[in-house]
Write a protein that binds this ligand. Structure first.
Ligand code: LLP
Length: 420
């Protein structure tokens, strides 16, 4: 089984999909459905992959909390030495609650509020990745008021187009709200030098998500390293270069970004620069370690279509309807000898856009059967909602022979908590 685990999580053994030592059907029977299941061993191997590939420059792996912010998961990642890339006070709270040190936290995002900036300064984060001049002015004001110095890097918009599966997940080109145009970055650093409460320490870039090619990373890195070396020439030596996340995974349609090949290009350039490398992987650490277990409630046919109606939908996993995201879906139990059918896998939510797959060919699902939706460890639970009065699912973490409930299923009372 060890070997199967090396190539892919949730292997099919004797007809049954497993997570660690557990058949998914047993987990569903114990914890109910819909259920998010994460394979911790797989996550460890992904962290090791990044560490090994970039070992020569000993990067800070600032896990992107937005991908999956479950506290137990964050604690495991913290134990593996990861820091955090956060995008809100809420994610800072999660990261700190899970024991991630402030000095391993970077804070990106175009809309940082005063409260959030203050919270981040209180927690002594490593750096703000600043997305505009106005934001830098605000950070300066807050730091001044508190009598502290804020460390920051400019998030540069490198004007690089990285192809991503959906336009919503491309961030490196000038039509997006992200970052400071690379031609203007230098001005921000110059302005900051005149402020007592600002300490320019780094430079940052993030070009999108689910990127399968190496070239855009090289182009973006080249651009920011040029800015860094110009700054150093002006007597502003930086400490870190952060190349963001976005490292693509194999989702069954697109091949994964080759992390070793990426490192072979990035490492020598970073070594030359003498800067500390920060990586912000989200999806690449956790996506394929997660499956959503969901039960077929009904099979409904009309003249054109077979609808397989699940007990979860866009409220539990919004990627298919929001980004056209592709997820492999398969029966958790035996499939040998079964006949394939072309079906729409849909949810219970009252929206035509509530689907996991349209026109998918798979073994004809039966009512009551358990299906597993793959590669949902990232942007699955974190994007789940209570729309249509749905209770968000439970989450379990499997570590070989051990399984732990790491989030209880929401109750009806959870749905109305805080309402007056
Ligand atoms: N760093 C920054 C500044 C980011 O904005 C993001 C993701 C990451 C790192 C991590 O990217 P990753 O390694 O996970 O690709 N909800 C979308 C993905 C949105 C990504 C937003 N930013 C999806 O489900 O595909």
């Amino acid at each position: 089984m060890g070997e199967i685990l090396l190539t892919r999580p949730f292997p099919r053994v004797n007809g049954h999909l497993l997570c660690g030592e557990f058949p998914l059907q047993d987990l569903a029977a114990e914890f109910g459905t819909p259920l998010y299941v994460y394979d911790l061993k797989w996550i460890r191997s992904r962290v090791a992959l990044f560490r090994d590939a970039f070992s020569e420059v000993d990067p800070v792996i600032a896990y992107s909390v937005k991908a999956n912010g479950n506290l137990s998961l964050l604690r495991e990642l913290s134990d593996l030495g990861c820091g955090a890339d956060i995008t809100s006070g809420g994610e800072l709270f999660r990261a700190r609650s899970a024991g991630i040190e402030g000095m391993k936290i970077v804070f990106a995002g175009v809309g940082k509020s005063e409260d959030e900036i203050e919270f981040a300064l209180d927690e002594g984060i490593y750096a703000f990745n600043v997305e505009s001049h106005s934001e830098l002015q605000r950070i300066n004001r807050v730091a001044e008021r508190k009598g502290v110095t804020a460390r920051f890097g400019v998030r540069v918009n490198p004007g690089v187009i990285a192809s991503t599966p959906h336009e919503y997940t491309a961030t490196g080109h000038s039509d997006t709200k992200f970052g400071v145009p690379w031609e203007e970055a230098q001005e921000l650093y110059r302005w900051a030098l005149e402020q007592e409460s600002l300490d320019p320490v780094g430079i940052d870039v993030h070009i999108g998500s689910q990127i399968a090619e190496i070239e855009p990373y090289i182009a973006a890195l080249t651009r920011v390293l040029k800015v860094a070396s110009d700054l150093s020439g002006e007597g502003v030596p930086l400490e870190y270069v952060d190349i963001g996340g976005g490292f693509g995974i194999d989702d069954g349609q697109v091949a994964a970004l080759d992390i070793d090949a990426l490192a072979r290009e990035i490492v020598p350039r970073v070594m030359d620069s003498g800067l500390q490398l920060i990586l912000e992987p989200g999806r690449a650490l956790v996506a394929d370690a997660g499956a959503l277990l969901t039960k077929v409630e009904y099979v409904k046919t009309n003249a054109q279509k077979v609808f397989v109606i699940m007990d979860s939908g866009m409220s539990e996993l919004i990627r298919p309807s929001h980004y056209g995201g592709y997820h492999e879906i398969e029966p958790a139990g035996p499939i040998a000898g079964r006949i394939d059918a072309v079906v729409d896998i849909v949810g219970p939510v009252c929206e035509t856009g509530d689907f996991f797959a349209i026109g998918r060919s798979m073994p004809m699902p039966e009512e009551g059967e358990l299906l597993a939706v793959r590669t949902v460890g990232a942007y699955g639970f974190t994007m789940a909602s209570n729309y249509n009065g749905r209770r968000r699912p439970a989450e379990v973490l499997v570590d070989g022979t051990e399984v732990r409930l790491v989030r209880s299923r929401e109750t009806y009372l959870d749905l109305t908590r805080g309402e007056l």
